[in-house]
Design a protein around this ligand. Structure first.
Ligand code: OSB
Ligand code: MG
Length: 369
């Protein structure tokens, strides 16, 4: 099969509130929305890139350039027989995984729609609901943090993650535990700590956390293996696991107890699935991370999170946790049991609101075979 047309759009879509981590903040989505067309069928994908290279090396400008100059033309020139072909076609291009994944997701969605199956089914999903939580950014003070968590719990979320950094770690965690002794709680430092902070990180052990996510450097696996021997809290890797090989290295080095899977960080669903399967064979639980995606990326994440080894609650909250109005007409809503329902219609299930997408588009190009 040949892809006939690719459309790229950069959007500017405000978040309901600022999202702040140890190293940056976002006030809205700067994602690139990808549309591919073949044989009268359309597939949609998203590269959830932002304005700066803070989470990984990519930005909306680098991803746009990679897609326009290299990845788009490579995809249009290829004969594709299965969605797994896309990551092989892109293998020549180093890194730039978010740029790759937006296109790869769109091809998966296209294949699912062509075959009249849901994306979850095409990926091998086994669940009809996925357990989810909320990732809560750094706040100006502890009362504001507690109030924000209180609101999410009232909505029915059953697991909370907080962003931490030096000076905002032990105290907020202690305050949450004080108020909610049994809450499923975890922390994420986004690579702000160093191995020399190991004793400080071990102070979190008394709070019965589900996990401590990516405390050390974004490309580190070696020091995480050392840290894992010092702290009791299960150690989870996010930023460092960018490919199936990186996952294998982490498992062989015993550098983590748990892996956060974000297909967008890994360059696509095919490689994310490989990591899922490898972790399952090694007895390592995985859960699905998030990049504050729009409804398009969110539907893809939910489909992947329906695979069996996603055994901890995911960072895939309902659309209204992120946007007042999203670019889909069928946003996810939270079920009373703290889950999202996996779409059963064809493709990812995202129904794109094309008129609103037009309104929030700030740049657009099309490429043809
Ligand atoms: O590290 O998991 C992260 C958002 C942007 C970049 C990195 C991360 C996050 C989140 C938010 O924690 C997860 C979500 O709700 O999408
Ligand atoms: Mg993280």
């Amino acid at each position: 099969m040949k892809i006939e047309r690719i459309e790229l759009r950069r959007i500017a879509l405000p978040y309901v509130s600022r999202f702040e981590t140890s190293g940056w903040y976002h006030d809205g989505s700067d994602a690139i929305i990808v549309r591919v067309d073949a044989d009268g069928v359309t597939g949609w994908g998203e590269s959830p890139v932002s304005d700066g290279p803070w989470y990984n090396e990519e930005t909306y400008e680098t991803a746009w350039m990679m897609q326009k100059k290299f990845l788009g033309p490579m995809l249009l020139a290829a004969d594709i027989t299965a969605p797994e072909d896309v990551s092989k076609i892109f293998a020549r291009v180093r890194a730039n995984r978010m740029a790759k994944s937006g296109l790869e997701f769109a091809v998966w969605d296209l294949f699912a729609r062509m075959q009249n199956v849901s994306l979850a089914k095409l990926l091998g999903g086994t669940r009809d609901r996925v357990q989810v939580g909320v990732s809560v950014g750094i706040k100006k003070d502890i009362p504001t943090l507690l109030e924000s968590i209180d609101g999410y719990l009232a909505e029915g979320y059953k697991r909370i993650k907080i962003k931490i950094k030096p000076g905002w770690d032990i105290e907020p965690t202690a305050a949450i535990r004080d108020r909610w002794p049994d809450l499923m709680l975890q922390v994420d430092g986004n690579s702000i700590y160093h191995l020399s902070d190991a004793d400080h990180l071990a102070e979190l052990d008394e709070f019965n956390l589900l996990l401590n996510e990516q405390p050390l450097d974004h490309d580190d696996i070696f020091d995480h293996a050392k840290l894992k021997k010092i702290i009791q809290t299960p150690l989870c890797l996010d930023e460092s696991i960018v490919s199936p090989d990186h996952a294998r290295w982490a498992i062989e080095l015993d550098a983590c107890d748990i892996i956060n899977i974000k297909p967008t960080r890994i360059g696509g669903l095919a490689d994310a699935k490989k990591i899922h399967d490898m972790a399952q064979a090694a007895g390592i639980p995985v859960w699905h991370g998030g990049m504050l995606e729009t409804g398009i990326g969110r539907a893809i994440n939910v489909a992947l999170a329906s695979l069996p080894n996603f055994s901890l609650p995911s960072d895939i909250s309902a659309n209204n946790r992120y946007f007042h109005r999203d670019i889909v007409t069928n946003p996810f809503t939270l079920n009373a049991d703290g889950t999202l329902s996996v779409p059963t219609g064809i493709g990812s299930g995202a129904e794109v609101d094309e008129a609103f997408l037009d309104e929030v588009t700030v740049d657009k190009i099309e490429m043809r075979a």
